[in-house]
Design a protein. Structure first.
Length: 381
């Protein structure tokens, strides 16, 4: 699923009768109420299926928009079958940020009566009120996208949403501090295949408290760093576990370490990506038959790594979002902890040589959440 900062509008087109037989100009509703409300939300673009002039099968484009749009607004005024089909698809694919609206004096069918729906009218004052109500609902939903507004996910609480899709293109989303004593310092969200990244003098690897790196075949940060840093033959087979061996040699035969411990190693073959050091941070704790869970003070994982880099002379460091992989932690909460810890450390240590603190973001949906968290962190909210 690719990030799409659009508001996809699901509604009738043209002039249609409402349930009382009165004609409603839905193009007026779209332009004067819905578009006007969305225009109040920065960086969100209003899109309706008939706005899209690209060639291709219309249902395919429609379903893609329903899935990828950051926001959806659905007008249920006429109980139109197509509208309810598209609403059902949206509720099945996305947990949240779907806003229902309907013309005043039109009912909601039984199955969605429990969902909040904004009423609108067509008189000047009613239009102004509707614009305000819809824009407020959008702002609230975007501020808390983890809140569920889908009937599907509300009823089926264990249902998993569609798989997150990786964001293969390398992109940088930089957030500078509005503080005079931190000139040039920034927190940066970075996406892309790690193999293609050439940023971060230091890469941080999330490890367990026994400092055991993940297998080459894993999908974690630790597995990726271990594989990319290994020495390989001409056809890509590992011939030396460069980083894993150095970590094992440093921690010894009884490697259990306290939570948030940082163990530096060389970068092995990752020197080709301009990486000078790997910092291994004990951010999860394992239990037999129970798996891994994040350590109690994740903020120390970030601050201890930055403290380790304080006198290194290095200018940049690349973190994962600690505790969200095998630790199973909530992305939003852990991003808040990690971003805030980095911001606090930089503010308290302005002499720190680190100028860029990067956070690696794997998927489109993760980026959407982390952008919201980062904006709040840097603004101090």
């Amino acid at each position: 699923m690719s990030e799409d900062n659009s508001c996809f509008v699901i509604m009738p087109y043209g002039t249609k009768p409402d349930l009382n037989g009165r004609s409603v100009n839905f193009d007026f509703i779209y332009s004067k109420i819905i578009q006007a409300a969305v225009q109040r939300i920065p960086a969100i673009e209003c899109v309706r299926c008939d706005d899209d002039r690209k060639p291709g099968w219309i249902p395919s484009r429609m379903l893609t928009q329903i899935l990828e749009a950051r926001v959806a607004i659905v007008d249920t005024s006429t109980l139109n079958a197509n509208v309810f089909y598209e609403l059902g698809v949206r509720h099945a694919l996305r947990r949240s940020v779907t806003v229902l609206i309907r013309k005043r004096d039109t009912p909601s069918p039984f199955n969605i009566q429990g969902l909040k729906s904004i009423e609108y009218g067509t008189g000047p004052k009613a239009v102004e009120t509707a614009v305000e109500d819809i824009s407020s609902a959008l702002e609230s939903a975007l501020a808390a996208p983890s809140n569920v507004d889908s009937l599907v996910y509300e009823a089926l609480k264990d249902l998993a949403p569609p798989l997150r899709h990786p964001r293969p293109m390398t992109e940088f989303h930089e957030y500078t501090f509005p503080l005079p004593d931190l000139p040039g310092k920034a927190l940066v969200l970075v996406t892309g295949d790690r193999e293609d990244l050439a940023v971060g003098d230091i890469w941080v690897s999330s490890e367990n408290t026994e400092m055991q790196m993940d297998s080459y075949y894993g999908k974690s940060t630790s597995a990726t760093i271990r594989y990319l840093g290994a020495r390989k033959d001409s056809i890509g087979r590992v011939v030396e576990d460069t980083i894993g061996n150095e970590l094992a040699a440093k921690t010894g035969p009884m490697p259990n370490v306290p939570p948030a411990t940082v163990v530096p190693t060389g970068s092995g073959s990752l020197i080709a990506n301009n990486v000078k050091k790997i910092y291994h941070v004990a951010s999860v704790r394992g239990e037999p038959r129970a798996g891994y869970r994040p350590v109690a003070q994740l903020d120390r994982c970030v601050k201890n790594a930055l403290r380790e880099a304080r006198d290194s002379g290095f200018m940049s460091i690349l973190f994962p979002i600690f505790g969200t992989g095998s630790g199973g932690g909530d992305l939003r909460r852990h991003a808040q902890i990690c971003f805030r810890a980095a911001a606090e450390y930089l503010a308290a240590n302005p002499e720190q040589t680190i100028q860029r603190v990067y956070f690696y973001i794997w998927s489109d949906s993760d980026l959407e959440i982390c952008q919201q968290v980062m904006r709040s962190t840097v603004s101090g909210n």
